[in-house]
Design a binder for this molecule. Structure first.
Ligand SMILES: Cc1ncc(C[n+]2csc(CCOP(=O)(O)OP(=O)(O)O)c2C)c(N)n1
Ligand SMILES: [Mg+2]
Length: 343
């Protein structure tokens, strides 16, 4: 017998949510999303000018998810994500200067120029991670540690739809469910794993609601373009996970507006498909809700946007003016067994 499941979206009433979250916090969210958007847009042009090297994966289109999560959770919770990590780093306190200088490979960068775009970190961001699914056991371990130390904190793990079939994810879900670990797994379903459409790669749909049944935990689907739905869900689940110690899994439906990485022209997606996705851009969506509520005019929005752009332009000047790491320090601050260097 077929076991068809359809999506059940978690919904928050935007107008109720606006008042519950409050004017200042909602405008703060918009500001953060604008900073991320300008940061990545400018960093992309710096890349095209040859100032940034290595890989570069933009989070553009997905901003509402991690912005809502970091605002609904606690700064002392533990965060892990993929190589698409500029946004989470900025949201968790890495300054635009330090993030931009890291992309430029400079000494003043977040990882002293050692990591680049995929390896930003902060006190509670356990690093962007280049191996698909490789960070999921780390997030699960952080949750184990929280439970072991009896801390009322959670571990939140962002992963892509492409990481869902990885064994490390299923082993993590199994252990988290078995050992009652306080972890929130967030599958950011942006429709693509590199150039492969999600429905050509995954046998399960919906992802979270279906996996939840297998592992005996709760699973939710949320519109990842809707800041209010994301915020309300993260806020509810943080409390729930701390109270119950039961892990949860969320599928946030979104779409990345850029190619997989900067070198991907994304020819596999039609212009019409992209235009359709961009109509759901999370930034105008949030702005229109705030504007309708009478909290922000178009002119005030433009002013905020320009001031965030200024911050980013200054970070580029900072990165430009910073020095490259000295060659003599090449072996410092990187993890490698001593013997590699001696032999
Ligand atoms: C173990 C492993 N296999 C393959 C790759 C190459 N790779 C990098 S990103 C990616 C697609 C991942 O897609 P998804 O998880 O949906 O994340 P998104 O890029 O959409 O954010 C692949 C296959 C890798 N980095 N690690
Ligand atoms: Mg994906």
């Amino acid at each position: 017998m077929s076991q068809e499941l359809s999506y059940h979206f978690f919904k928050a009433d935007a107008f109720v949510a606006l008042d519950a979250i409050g004017k200042n916090k909602v405008i703060e969210a918009l500001k953060k999303m604008l900073l991320i958007r300008h940061f990545e847009t400018r960093a992309e042009s710096a890349y095209q000018m040859g100032k940034v090297g290595g890989f570069f994966h933009a989070y553009i289109g997905q901003e509402a998810i991690q912005t809502a999560a970091t605002m609904a959770l606690d700064a002392n919770d533990w965060y892990t994500t993929t190589y698409r990590c500029h946004a989470l780093a900025l949201l968790l306190g890495v300054t635009p200067d330090a993030a931009m200088a890291e992309l430029y490979g400079k000494k003043t960068g977040n990882a002293m120029g050692r990591g680049g775009s995929m390896h930003l970190f902060s006190d509670h961001l356990l690093g962007g991670f280049g191996i698909v699914g490789g960070h999921i056991p780390i997030a699960t371990g952080a949750a184990f540690s929280m439970k072991y130390q009896d801390k009322k904190q959670v571990s939140i793990c962002f992963l892509g739809d492409g990481a869902v079939p990885q064994g490390a994810f299923h082993e993590s879900l199994n252990l988290a469910a078995l050992w009652n670990l306080p972890v929130i797994y967030v599958v950011e379903n942006n429709q693509w794993g590199m150039g492969t459409k999600v429905n050509r790669a995954l046998s399960m749909n919906p992802i979270a609601e279906r996996l939840a049944i297998s592992y005996g935990i709760e699973g939710y689907t949320v519109d990842g373009m809707n800041f209010f739905d994301c915020y309300a869900l993260f806020e509810k689940l943080r409390k729930q996970v701390i109270d119950t110690n039961r892990p949860v899994i969320i599928e946030a439906i979104t779409e990345r507006f850029k190619g997989h990485s900067i070198s991907d022209p994304a020819h596999y997606r039609t212009k019409e498909e992209l235009e359709c996705a961009m109509k759901r851009d999370p930034i105008p969506f949030l702005f229109h809700a705030v504007q309708e509520r009478g909290w922000l005019t178009q002119a005030e929005f433009d002013e905020i946007s320009n001031s965030e752009k200024e911050v980013v332009l200054k970070s580029m000047q900072f990165a430009e003016a910073s020095e490259l790491p000295d060659i003599i320090t090449l072996e410092e601050d990187v993890f490698a067994p001593d013997s590699i260097w001696r032999n």
